[in-house]
Structures are given as structure tokens and as C-alpha cells.
Design a protein around this ligand. Sequence first.
Ligand code: SAJ
Length: 412
Amino acid sequence: NTVGVIGLGYIGLPTAAILASKDVKVIGVDVSPRTVEAVNRGDVPFVEPDLATYVAGAVQQGTLRATGTPEPADAFIVAVPTPFQGDHEPDLSYIEAAAKALAPQLRGGELLILESTSPPGATQKMAEWVLEVRPDLSLDGSEDRPQIHVAHCPERVLPGRVMIELVTNDRIVGGLTPEAAQIAKDLYAVFCQGEILLTDAVTAEMAKLVENSFRDVNIAFANELSLISDKLGIDVWELIRLANHHPRVNILQPGPGVGGHCIAVDPWFIVDADPEQARLIRTAREVNDSKPQWVIDQVVAAAEGIESPTIAALGLAFKADIDDLRESPARRIVADLADRLPHAEIVVVEPHIETLPPELANRRNVGLSGLADATAAADVIVVLVDHTEFKGRVTSLDPEHAVLVDTRGIVR
Ligand code: SAJ
């Protein structure tokens, strides 16, 4: 059996590599020549624990190779980006391009899986794009036209644990037909040890979006509590810790905003699908998206009256103990502070990186430093990420010496 994986990014490449490690012949397809060359050398163009070992092994065994255009295969897995555009409308252009690129390779009988996180109806849409190019095929074998089997199998792996969670997580498989779901299940069973649950395509699409929206709404609740607590002069971390002693209460943690490329994006797909009724989901997004501005205002207020303040910003990553800076609220907060306070010196402490990202590196008033130096010199300390390295090391600060804005509650 041969599987074509379209899109060799954070999800496509791990999936291709794990299938190839199970002796499935995998042809990885990517529009970036850099990615294609890297994979064919046995290299990985981004950091994910253990992935490099899998890729190098599979390329050496001859079970994985990469190319720029799709080739015939028994199954195709589409794992391309689904960003949003304009007023948070899903942009399916990458799915459309992938569908139209693989369509000419179909002979009939193939399995076609959409893995990208997608708005409801995207799997059906992908099938329609394929049939536009190939009106000689069908989804149900009607009029004696050869059939293709189309399903949606959203990924749910946590960055940093991808190679483990690909194997151990339960998996939802939604078919445009029950037969398509069953055939897709057989493919995932090659490497997935979790339960594989069958449903229809739209339910599978929504399940993925709902999982991330659940988390977003609950983080928004915590973030809203942090604003109310600030106004009432109480410690939100103590408040949540106490409330969570109730056997049926489990409040998440407030922070400087919600980052990453999933939780801050996926809820908008539900809002776009039903703007009138998705009121809570939209409000949660707005609450979380407005949190960075609130943090910026707090830091600006703390620095007021100091002629050329030094601000220590602890953390740039989008969450604790990773080096991933994409869609990070901390990064946005530091950039905005540099604009708002041109006379301040902002000293960033981020133990997981060696150089600042470009938009911060070329600013005159932003630099990178170690924790001890940064906090010793600071007039204001803003904690943006709860990295393990910071815990217990910011506690002993003298409040007379610096004002503390702790968005993660690590200082007790
Ligand atoms: N955050 C808080 N407070 C919390 C928990 C998280 O402010 O109590 C913030 C984090 O700091 C971060 C953001 O939320 O900025 C997202 O972090 P996360 O750890 O909640 O999630 P991701 O984006 O790393 O991964 C999520 C996971 N989804 C769920 O847990 C429901 C993962 O399983 C998905 O596969 C992934 O999204 C995805 O690709 O969709």
C-alpha cells in the first residue's frame, strides 16, 4: 500500500514518518522545495522531539521520500494549513489547491483523508473540488462511475509530544459515507493504539473545533476572573485555588492571553458557521484576545513617573517550557511595550531561545538577557510565561525595588 501525504508540516510530516516506520510506502508532497530537499536528506525543517529519528530512519529504509507534486497512491492524507482571513473567515485555499493537485492522480477506489483542522463542511467541499477536476469519479459509485472514499480525521496531538500522542491518543474518523470511515479507520489502525471512533464528516470536523473551543471558553472564564479580581483587590490565583476545592469545579489558569496556532483560531470557525448563535464562543475569543492589551496597560501604568524605566519581560514563548514563539501573546506584548514606551529599556528573558525574533531584534530598546541580570536592573518585572526556570526564582524580589506584574501567578 502506498500513501501520499500532502503537506509536510507540523502534522503531515510526523504522520508520514510514523506510517513509513510501519513499512507503509509513503510519498510526502510539499510545495516548498526546501522542505522536500530536507526530508529527502533525512532532515526535519522544525523542532519536534523524536521526529528527526523517525524521518532519518524511514528515508534510509526507503519507505519515505518527498516530492513537489502528488503521485498515484492508494490513499492520500491532506494536512495543509487552514488559516483565517479578513473578519475571521476560514481560508480553504490550501485545501482546494491540494484537492485539485491530487485529483489527476486518482484511478478510482482511493481513500482521501482531510486531516487539517477545518470548518464544518470542508471535507464535503474538498470532495467537490476533486470531482470538479474528475467528473468521471463519484463518492457513492452511482452511474457506474468509479468511487473515491473521503473522510475527515482531525489530529489532536500536543506540540512537543507529537510522536507519542500520534500513537496513544484516541482518534475521531468521520466519513462522507460509512464505508469511507471504515476504510480510513483501517489505515489509522496501522499506527494508532488509541480507540478509533467512527462518525460522519461534519461531526468529526465539529468535534475537533469544539475541543479547542472548550479550552478557549474556560481560559476566557479564568481571564475574566483575573480582571474582576484585580478590580476587587483580591488574588485571582488564591481565588481559583480555593474554588477548585469544590468537587465539581475546575477553573483553568489566567494568563497574558491565548497563543498557539489552534486554540486562538479554531473557535472562529464555529463562529463563522453560525455567527448569530455562537455568542459565548465569540465572546470568549474576544475576552482572550483583549487580555494582552490589559497587560500592556498595567505595565505602562507601573512604569509611569519613572524617567527611563527598565522593564524585565520574563518569557516570550506561547506557553511554558517550549521554544515555540508562534502566535505568542508575550511576543506581542513586548513589541507593543517597545512602541508605547520608547524611553524604556525592555530586557527580555527567554531561556529557550538564543536570538530575539526579527521584529524585536531590530528595535533599539529591546534586548535579551539572563534572569538574574534582568530582574536586578528592573523597575518593572512582567511575568509572561510560567517557565519552570522562573518558578521559585522571582519569589524573593524586594517589592520596593521593582513593581511586579505577574500574568501567570508564579510569584507567591
Ligand atoms: N493557557 C492559559 N491557561 C490555561 C491553559 C492554557 O492561558 O489554563 C494558554 C497557554 O498559555 C497557551 C494557550 O492557552 O498560550 C494554548 O495552550 P494549550 O496548552 O492549551 O494548547 P495548545 O495550543 O498547545 O494545543 C491544543 C491542544 N488542545 C486541547 O488541549 C483541547 C492539543 O491537544 C491540540 O491538538 C492542539 O491545540 C491543536 O493542534 O489543535
